[in-house]
Design a protein around this ligand. Structure first.
Ligand code: KG4
Ligand code: ZN
Length: 340
């Protein structure tokens, strides 16, 4: 009999309905992602009620497809893992209800997974040799965390954003310069035609932990710049504004990451979350790590943005530690990293 642990994972914390089958935490047999971006684009951002409704419509099909792509049945699964927070409460509840129903019907154990732990774990899939300890910068639409991963499931948060998340700042600036939603990938693309040093936007300053971040001031200075140009009739170069804003965000993220590398004498550094797909951030982080002899890890874009494979990976390490959730598992929209 095979000793492999096969996990069916479900993710629905925002606007992606996703399911995946993962073997022994690191081997992805299927990774089905049904994105709702087209619908939310019409409204300029994620509308939670619409997201919930779309998850309900799609989740059964997505789970079925994930099993089919993996050439497995529910019977083959050892456990059902699901994101239960943080995220939007309605969307989270759809995934949690689906996973509870599958667990109840099959008698398979249920494992509630932390969404950010999932993002970090995407690195274990991308590089099967990666083991803790390492540092990870988690940058997504909802989160900006600089974390020391001391062991599987053991995290020490060095810094977090005090206001907007990095991805949120990308999305808001993109909207202001007319690029639409989701802004991150569009700023990334248009920046390639711009000068990152055309406009010197201030790098966000914070009080408190030197590892904390602040992006709302940076976003406001972009808005002020745009208003001033409009008032004075100065022509706005969208590629220059995008590239200069992106450079400011990247500078702050990389400098904080490198302080951590130096203070904690780290030899491994990982990126995670949707913004980790950003080409300027990846390049700058890689260069910073190489200069200091630090090994740099970054998942491919498909594992950076929301997906269920990363949840299956995190769920596997919870599973082998003996962690199980009851059928009373509830969505926890404000769940913090390290919290149950
Ligand atoms: O991790 P994710 O899919 O969802 C959350 O958990 O938030 O991240 C989505 C965020 C969005 O804000 C999106 O604009 C940003 O990631 N993003 C990017 C890029 N691709 C996605 N930001 C900058 N550059 C990119 N290439
Ligand atoms: Zn996410």
């Amino acid at each position: 009999m095979s000793q492999d642990i096969q996990i069916l994972a479900i993710e629905s914390s925002c606007d992606e309905t996703a399911a995946s089958v993962v073997v022994n935490g690191r081997e992805v047999l299927s990774n089905v992602i049904s994105s709702q971006i087209d619908i939310h684009t019409l409204y300029g951002g994620v509308v939670p009620e619409i997201a919930s409704r779309k998850h309900v419509e799609r989740i059964n099909q997505v789970v079925r497809e994930a099993l089919k792509d993996a050439d497995r049945t529910l019977d083959d699964m050892d456990a059902i893992a699901v994101t239960y927070g943080p995220g939007l409460v309605g969307p989270l509840l759809i995934g949690v209800s689906e996973a509870k129903a599958l667990s109840f019907a099959t008698g398979k154990p249920l494992i509630g997974v932390h969404h950010i732990e999932g993002h970090i774990s995407a690195n274990y899939i991308a590089d099967r040799t990666l083991e803790p300890p390492f540092a990870c910068l988690v940058v997504s639409g909802g989160h900006t965390h600089l974390v020391l991963v001391e062991d599987y499931g053991v995290y020490r948060i060095l810094g977090r954003t005090q206001d907007d998340a990095a991805g949120e700042a990308f999305d808001k600036v993109a909207r202001e310069i007319g690029l639409g939603y989701p802004g991150g990938p569009k700023i990334d693309k248009v920046s390639k035609d711009g000068d990152p040093h055309a406009i010197e936007f201030p790098r966000g300053k914070v009080t408190g932990s030197r590892y904390d971040f602040s992006f709302s001031g940076m976003k406001s200075s972009v808005l002020n710049y745009l208003n001033t140009c409009r008032m004075k009739g100065i022509e706005i170069s969208v590629p220059d504004v995008a590239a200069s804003f992106q450079q400011a965000v990247v500078d702050v993220l990389v400098s904080h990451a490198m302080w951590a590398v130096e203070e904690y004498h780290l030899d491994k550094f990982a990126l995670a979350g949707g913004v980790a797909s950003n080409t300027a951030l990846r390049a700058a982080m890689k260069a910073g790590c190489e200069e200091r002899g630090v090994r740099f890890y970054c998942p491919p874009p498909i594992l950076c943005t929301d997906n269920a494979a990363m949840i299956g990976c995190a769920g596997y390490y919870d599973y082998i530690r003996g962690e199980r959730s009851g059928l009373d598992l509830n969505a926890k929209p404000g769940l913090r990293l390290g919290e149950k």
